[in-house]
Design a protein around this ligand. Structure first.
Ligand code: IMP
Length: 443
């Protein structure tokens, strides 16, 4: 019953899309368990680049069952746009894509509140993606959310919409001085989405549990990253869901004892989008070099990502809260041009030394990183597929990170393409061969 959870170890954008796509070769089911279309997973297949926001990256593999779990918040307009984008590129998914009936909907007032709230916060803003993610999760928790199943019952949908939109519009108009949302227009629009999405809606928790019982391999796809987790991240500068491994249980409806492996995705340096503390951030030429070489611009919003050195306090924290059984190190090749590399091993804050990430954000803001320096390898690692073929200095860098983080790499990514990967240990332990040959689907 292997269930492998893939989690970002930093602030998202670690290159999960490529790793998930690669792991999908061995998976029967790929399931997203949290977040929404704030995520942007980039996958390169041959010469083609795909950016997926809501649909699991497994959709690019023929025959893989893809699930949008109950923990995800779904903007139906964004989902349909993504579906149409795939169809226009000859990727089909009928029978292979299912959406949990319990997944909550992102409504137009969620997006309006997200944007108005950020504007009102001024320089205390979170830097959200403006997709309505936070307000949709807030409604879920306050029990005023509308779920996928409700969308399929017009009378029930109308009733819930009428109640909630009255409150939302009052809030929008009276508190934010923003435009209200038209109830009839929303109703008609969403009934159109219902007609299109109806056939994909299912009890996905039942499906996943039945598959697990039959020994099928499930890949749980995390979006964002550990330090954007609403509980374990740099609150309040976080997203509103639980990207950490525990989120896979609640977000898919599986027991913790079903999870057999947790793989952390560790970018060889650090990036962050939006506001919030980032101790190893580089606001200099080196930061710019990482941004350019790593193409560090948001796949969802196009915003430039803040870049900095790798921080092993951040990785160790992620190892603890997720229980990583292995890691995949990504974007190693981005560091090829550097003369030397720094690794953060602790912090100094107000004259005091910290060996681990402080949980109080007020402390983290004032932390200065303590670095060790390693020589750069100054040669290309792009496309290397054997560990022994890596420059010795690159091997030393990886081994240092692994030792300081306390977890071994299973995969090292040396480029955007599927085959630009060093496989040190096969994921889905105990299985030897890919489930099927990965190939691009054609209609
Ligand atoms: P929200 O998820 O749109 O509410 O945004 C909250 C914070 O999470 C902001 O700092 C965003 O930039 C960040 N964020 C959300 N999704 C992603 C992602 O997929 N990658 C990186 N950062 C993200």
């Amino acid at each position: 019953m292997p269930v492998l959870v893939v989690v970002g170890s930093q602030w998202g954008d670690e290159g999960k899309g490529k790793i998930i796509d690669l792991l999908t070769e061995r998976a029967d089911i790929v399931a997203r368990y949290q977040g929404g279309h704030n995520a942007g997973h980039t996958v390169v297949v041959g010469e083609d680049e795909f950016i997926l926001h809501l649909i699991p990256s497994g959709i690019l593999h023929k025959g893989t069952q893809c699930v949008i779990g109950n923990g995800v918040v779904v903007d139906p307009a964004a989902l349909i746009e993504e579906m149409d984008g795939l169809l226009s590129r000859q990727i089909t998914f009928d029978g292979n894509l299912l959406i949990s009936a319990n997944a909550h909907l992102i409504m137009p007032y969620h997006k309006a509140i997200d944007i108005a709230s950020e504007q009102r916060k001024g320089n205390r803003k979170i830097g959200t993606t403006g997709r309505g993610i936070g307000p949709a999760y807030a409604d879920k928790i306050s029990r005023s959310g509308i779920r996928m199943a409700d969308l399929l019952e017009p009378d029930l949908f109308r009733e819930k919409l009428t109640t909630r939109i009255a409150e939302a519009n009052f809030f929008l108009e009276q508190f934010y001085h923003a435009q209200p949302v038209d109830e009839n227009k929303v109703f008609d629009e969403y009934m159109g989405y219902a007609r299109r999405l109806k056939k994909y809606v299912a009890d996905t928790a039942l499906l996943i549990n039945q598959a697990v019982a039959k020994g099928k391999k499930v890949l749980a796809e995390g979006a964002q990253g550990t330090h954007l987790d609403v509980d374990h991240g740099t609150y309040p500068y976080v997203t509103s869901s639980s990207p950490t491994a525990g989120g896979a249980c609640t977000g898919l409806g599986i027991g913790p004892n079903r999870i057999t492996e947790v793989m952390g995705i560790v970018k060889a340096y650090t990036t962050r989008v939006g506001e919030g503390p980032f101790p190893t951030e580089l606001q200099d030429e080196t930061g710019k070099l990482l941004q350019d070489r790593g193409r560090e611009y948001g796949a969802t919003t196009g915003r430039p990502r803040r870049c900095g050195w790798i921080d092993t306090c951040v990785i160790r924290h992620a190892v603890r809260v997720n229980g990583f059984t292995s890691v995949a190190i990504t974007k190693l090749d981005v560091l090829d041009a550097l003369d030397e590399l720094k690794i953060c091993v602790g912090y100094t804050c107000k004259g005091k030394q910290y060996g681990e990430m402080p949980s109080e954000i007020s402390l983290l803001v004032d932390c200065t990183p303590n670095y060790i320096t390693m020589p750069g390898w100054k040669q290309s690692t792009i496309g290397i597929t054997k560990y022994a073929a890596l420059p010795k200095k690159a091997q030393a860098y990886i081994e240092k990170i692994s030792r300081l983080s306390g977890v071994k790499p299973a995969l090292i990514s040396t480029g955007a393409r599927r085959d630009e990967t060093i496989v040190l240990e096969q994921p889905f332990k105990g299985t030897t061969a890919p489930r099927k040959k990965a190939k691009k689907k054609t209609r």
